[in-house]
Write a protein that binds this ligand. Structure first.
Ligand code: UDX
Length: 461
């Protein structure tokens, strides 16, 4: 099957290369000629484990190619995927669909023969209808079906997620699309991955609902962690006890500094907006957004409290900057707000991240970047573990402590255990664990802030 992938960003690249690996003939298209040239030379613009190897193997096998010439590639394809960005629109939080609609117009002009146009980008309910309308208006003779096929790839595990998905969701309005999409995903289908066919609008909503639910689950356990800090319960055991209930499940119950990344923040915001627009307010999602937003800066206050209430002139070392491990992605990373919060209180920041420092440099001011966890520890008055990279899971604690000016360790991912940290002479704080409780904060300010944020969110559009 001949497939064109419009948009060689994160989703387009991973999807394209994996489909090529299934044996399809895939051409990845992007307007950015520099990016395409780099890809043709085997340079991958993002860090994703296993991606570079897979690109190389499939390019060499002649199944995968890259181009910035849309027309010929689209004309020759049976299926055209749209995998362009849908960022939050500045000012109002709605998903910005300008790239999707521009792609639809460009595709319309190049279609030849029966073609499926498949939207991978995360788009509000009804976008598929608009894409179909645009294509029909631009090219009334086109024999085309518009399909929704949302992605559920986690950064850092995207290839594994693609090859072993929990499900594949395909939204169609015409039965002719079913056979083509079954053929596209046949290797996965044979692997027993359920192929769920729904209406196009339903598929579009499944993506937002799934991401918002996961964001809500993370936020819920984060609030439970705060409650554990105040009541002496242990959040890891609470999560375990909850997770053993099959109706709840154990995943996405790790307390942390708040969710970030390219999906949860923008998708929750977009879903809240879709709810408001359709007179069906998503109140739980709105609360999730507000609570998560507050949490990131609250983490900075907790670090200050762990340092004895004052960080002016002190050096705080940050371990991990990306929003999660195994990515170089700094979008909406909690580290950004945490670092700014600490700087606002007069702290000096030194940081290390295994992959994210180039991206971090672009968004953070006045941060000194070091080249290892130990270089961060040198002379630091406190260390804060923000992102749980494997490199930070078995640090040489004795060495770390010997390098530090003061042995304060704040563990925002609950990677270490209090007894061993105390044995090594650290003052240790983590989230929601009784033997290493974060100093409690007066809650008033936070609650008031949440009310204000919720007010802003719900005050019409
Ligand atoms: C997410 C979805 O999982 C994926 O299906 C979707 O297509 C894109 O968005 P991703 O953003 O790559 O993927 O990361 P994910 O692993 O889902 O984590 C999201 C955020 O939640 C991260 O900031 C992570 O640190 C946080 N998180 C996750 C927790 O704090 N605790 C958890 O238990 C799980």
């Amino acid at each position: 099957m001949k497939i064109a992938m419009v948009g060689a960003g994160y989703v387009g690249l991973v999807t394209g290369v994996c489909l090529a690996d299934f044996g399809h003939e895939v051409i990845c298209l992007d307007r950015d000629a520099d990016k395409i040239r780099a890809l043709q030379d085997g340079i991958i613009p993002i860090y994703e484990p296993g991606l570079a190897e897979l690109v190389k193997a499939n390019t060499e096998a002649g199944r995968l190619s890259f181009s910035h010439e849309m027309k010929a590639a689209i004309g020759a394809s049976d299926v055209v995927f749209v995998a362009v960005g849908t960022p939050s629109r500045r000012g109002d939080g709605h998903a910005d669909l300008s790239y999707v609609y521009a792609a639809a117009r460009e595709i319309a002009a190049s279609l030849e023969g029966f073609t499926l146009v498949v939207t991978k980008s995360t788009v509000p309910v009804g976008t598929g209808d608009e894409v179909a309308r645009i294509i029909a208006a631009e090219n009334p003779n086109a024999d085309v079906l518009v399909v929704s096929n949302p992605e559920f790839l986690r950064e850092g595990a995207a290839i594994e997620d693609f090859k072993r998905p929990d499900r594949i969701v395909v939204g169609i309005e015409d039965e002719r699309a079913r056979a083509v999409m079954t053929e596209v995903y046949r290797p996965l289908y044979l692997n027993q991955a359920p192929l769920l066919f729904t209406s196009r609008r339903t598929a579009e909503l499944i993506k937002y609902a799934a991401n918002a639910f996961l964001a809500m689950k993370v936020t819920f356990i984060n609030e439970i962690a705060d409650l554990c800090d105040r009541t002496g319960a242990d959040v890891q055991q609470v999560a375990q006890g909850m997770g053993l209930d099959k109706r709840i499940g154990a995943k996405f119950l790790h307390a942390g500094p708040g969710y970030g990344g390219s999906c949860f923040p923008k998708d929750t915001l977009a879903l809240a907006k879709i709810g408001q627009d359709n007179d069906a307010p998503m109140r739980l999602v709105e609360a999730t957004i507000a609570v998560n937003e507050q949490r990131k800066r609250a983490m900075a206050r907790k670090i200050v409290a762990a340092c004895g209430g004052d960080v002016r002139g002190r050096t705080i070392g940050i371990l991990g900057l990306t929003f999660k491990p195994n990515t170089d992605d700094m979008r909406e990373a909690p580290s950004i707000d945490i670092i700014r919060g600490l700087q606002d209180r007069g702290a000096r920041i030194v940081a290390f991240d295994p992959q994210g420092m180039a991206a971090a440099e672009a968004v953070l001011d006045d941060v000194r970047f070091a080249d290892s966890a130990y270089a961060v520890a040198e002379g630091a008055d406190a260390l804060v573990l923000v992102t749980e990279w494997n490199a930070f899971r078995s640090l040489d604690l004795a060495r770390l402590k010997s390098l530090m000016a003061a042995p304060v360790f704040v563990d925002l991912r609950n990677v270490y255990r209090a007894p061993e940290m105390v044995r090594h002479g650290f003052t240790y704080a983590s989230l929601g664990r009784p033997d290493a409780a974060m100093p409690a904060l007066a809650g008033q300010g936070e609650a008031a802030g949440i009310e204000a944020l919720l007010g802003e969110l719900t005050a019409g559009t």
